[in-house]
Design a protein. Structure first.
Length: 670
């Protein structure tokens, strides 16, 4: 049973770049996604819809149909310019242009059009950004503005006859970037579907979309949305559907809208009624330990999985279960099943309380890069998630799962952050440890001259919202001024080993865990400093906090967002089975003796484990004649993959080099 705990909340900030609000969360801080809407990939759409009847469709080949209505308001007043635009082959701008706003996003993607199947013949866009600033940065509702934000823009279909179709889905392609919803509140979505069964006289149902898209983040350009709408409009003759943008900035692009028959047999991962995410992972005997995407063999603990499963098909599903497959480069190492649900009726949800592997957890027993998939299995269907990754090594620990989803920190935004802002993640221990150092991974947008401090405190050192840190609980500290090499390498290295003895810092498991706290100085906006962030799974409550210097307070994160979550702070720890065995080990001693190459023999990949080493290394694969058949440069890390699957079977030499240090391994390729 997972404890329900109240943790530090955050205040609602009006007018700022990010919104926060008080959070009352479960112990593993489940986050909210949309339901009954689901964001899908192109492959998932093809998997879910195989031969179902398309009842109604619109791909904007001839513009916005004359039977549709297009109207809206700007800053609370009806405005003829606050409406959706059609982008076609002969319009100005054409369908080669997406948003025209000054803040549409990165130059590489922000102003590009949707990547729908029929984008070549046109699509529609509501460009809140452009309407407010006319494409000029800082021109908020200024010169040339067409319609001042906030906006409410309605695109309303003509009448759709769904008589004889009680179970239907609405499917369309979108490209959306989020800022704020109604009233400028960033924790509230800005995109909605409304439904009418009387030809638009009344609107009796609505669905919020894109609630899980973080502030200042965007969907993929070909994001597919599938919504079960039978409950709103099924078997009705005078249906209208309204796409409603209600908020403040950036844009929403749409294309390829279809009403399609719901498949007879379909299971989908879905958000739980308690806000639980579609797929989750928990650690420890009580499922309350920190979720580490990187952990050492000495600190391993049971890993369990859970899901929320929605029967979105027409038929009841029998013998429904969660099946998790864990595998490495040699194949499947464990298959774990949840209890079986005998029957799941159409439209019902099986929750994480039912579909979990808590009593059959997996505990890693060897170092390696492990992949795992979630599978929803019934007598009729088998649906798999994308492959996720967990790394077990002899020395590296971090809360990140290897996904670089966004970057966060002291950039040029001084409104809330300011010099001296902080972010912290806690790494928990089940055995004593010795800490030699840490790598903090940074964005390529970071600039030399920024200052980064890393302080390590035991878990009792955090004093709460306004208290900060107990200096008596500090166990390690380092400060670095970023160099050009740091930006090139992609990380900043902190060495905590004693300069005389080479010993690391002893971390006691009796302290539960240790906070790795970053303090950032961007020199009043002169030098950008951004830390890599992973959104794969929400960090457990109590393992992450952030301090906004300009506001003078600590927060648990942004509301309904994983923009601040699991930072790429990878501690370098004792590679021995206990801390005492590392008392005389130095980070710089016999450097390449730490390197391990496995597996041997290999079929597809060999993995180079660099142990405590850091920096760029040359990796070469040579045949027995001495000819170099592969050559690459890599950054030292745990289990760096080198592909050998394209080599002929036989014996090869793998040579690792840095400067004048060289180590060679014999590897057999199958």
């Amino acid at each position: 049973m997972k404890k329900s705990t109240l943790f530090l909340g955050a205040l609602l900030l009006s007018g700022g770049a990010f919104a926060q609000q008080s959070l009352r969360t479960l112990a593993n801080e489940r986050t909210v996604d949309e339901a009954p809407a689901r964001l899908l990939s192109t492959d998932e759409v093809a998997k879910y819809y195989q031969g179902e009847t398309v009842i109604w469709t619109e791909n904007f080949a001839n513009g916005i149909p004359t039977t549709w209505m297009n109207y809206g308001t700007a800053n609370g007043t009806a405005d003829p310019d606050a409406k959706w635009e059609y982008r076609g082959t002969t319009t100005t701008p054409s369908n080669a242009t997406g948003s025209r706003g000054a803040y549409a996003g990165p130059a590489s993607t922000g102003q590009l059009p949707i990547q729908s199947a029929t984008a070549a013949n046109g699509f529609v866009v509501f460009d809140s950004d452009f309407l407010d600033n006319n494409g000029v940065a800082g021109n908020f509702c200024g010169t040339g503005a067409l319609a001042c934000a906030p906006h409410v823009a309605n695109l309303e279909t003509g009448v759709i006859n769904l008589l004889g179709h009680p179970t239907v889905d609405l499917v369309f392609t979108q490209y959306y970037r989020r800022f704020a919803g109604p009233g400028g509140v960033q924790s509230v979505p800005a995109t909605y579907l409304d439904f009418s069964t009387d030809g638009g006289q009344t609107w009796t149902g609505n669905v919020a979309l894109n609630a899980a898209i973080a502030v200042n983040s965007a969907t993929p350009r070909n994001s597919a949305v599938a919504v079960s709408i039978g409950q709103y409009v099924g078997n009705q003759a005078n249906v209208k559907i309204r796409f409603r943008f209600d908020g403040d900035y950036y844009f929403w692009q749409l294309d390829d809208i279809q009403v399609i028959s719901t498949p007879k047999n379909r299971l989908t991962f879905t958000v739980g009624s308690d806000g639980a995410p579609p797929r989750d992972i928990v650690y420890g005997a009580n499922q309350e330990s920190a979720r580490m995407g990187h952990m050492t063999l000495k600190q391993v603990r049971p890993v369990a999985f859970d899901v929320n499963c929605f029967n979105s098909g027409q038929n009841a599903q029998t013998n429904v279960k969660l099946q998790v497959k864990v595998f490495n480069n040699t194949g499947v190492v464990q298959t774990i099943n949840s209890p079986v649900i005998a029957s799941l009726p159409s439209g019902d949800t099986a929750t994480w309380n039912q579909l979990n592997t808590y009593t059959a957890a997996w505990t890693p027993s060897a170092a390696g890069v492990y992949g795992f998939t979630y599978n929803l299995v019934s007598d009729s269907v088998n649906i798999s998630s994308d492959t996720l990754q967990l790394v077990v090594s002899d020395s590296l620990m971090s809360l990140d799962f290897g996904d670089w989803n966004n970057s966060i920190g002291a950039s040029t935004n001084t409104t809330q952050w300011g010099d001296g802002s902080q972010m912290t993640n806690m790494q928990e221990l089940v055995n004593d440890e010795m800490l030699f150092g840490a790598r903090v991974y940074i964005s390529s947008s970071s600039q030399a001259g920024a200052i980064l401090e890393l302080s390590v405190y035991d878990s009792s050192g955090f004093l709460g919202s306004n208290g900060g840190w107990d200096a008596n609980k500090l166990v390690a500290y380092g400060q670095r001024v970023l160099t050009a090499d740091d930006v090139t390498n992609g990380y900043v290295f902190f060495n905590f080993a004693d300069t005389n003895t080479g010993r690391g810092v002893v971390l006691n498991s009796s302290n539960i865990g240790y906070y790795f706290n970053l303090t950032m100085y961007n020199n009043q906006g002169t030098n950008t400093l951004l830390i890599r962030n992973d959104q794969t799974f929400a960090a457990r409550s109590g393992t992450k906090y952030m301090y906004l210097a300009a506001l003078g307070s600590w927060y648990s994160g942004y509301s309904n967002s994983l923009t601040f979550n699991n930072l790429w702070i990878r501690s370098i720890n004792c590679p021995a089975t206990n801390a005492a065995n590392c008392m005389a080990t130095s980070v710089g001693e016999n450097p390449l003796n730490e390197v391990v190459v496995a597996p041997n023999p290999a079929s597809d990949f060999v993995y180079v484990n660099f142990g405590l080493l850091f920096g760029e290394h040359a990796v070469e694969v040579l045949d027995l004649t001495g000819k170099v058949v592969k050559s690459t440069k890599v950054q030292a890390d745990a289990n760096v993959p080198v592909f050998v699957g394209d080599l002929e079977s036989g014996l090869y030499m793998v040579r690792i080099a840095k400067g004048g240090d060289v180590k060679t391994f014999k590897v057999s390729v199958l």
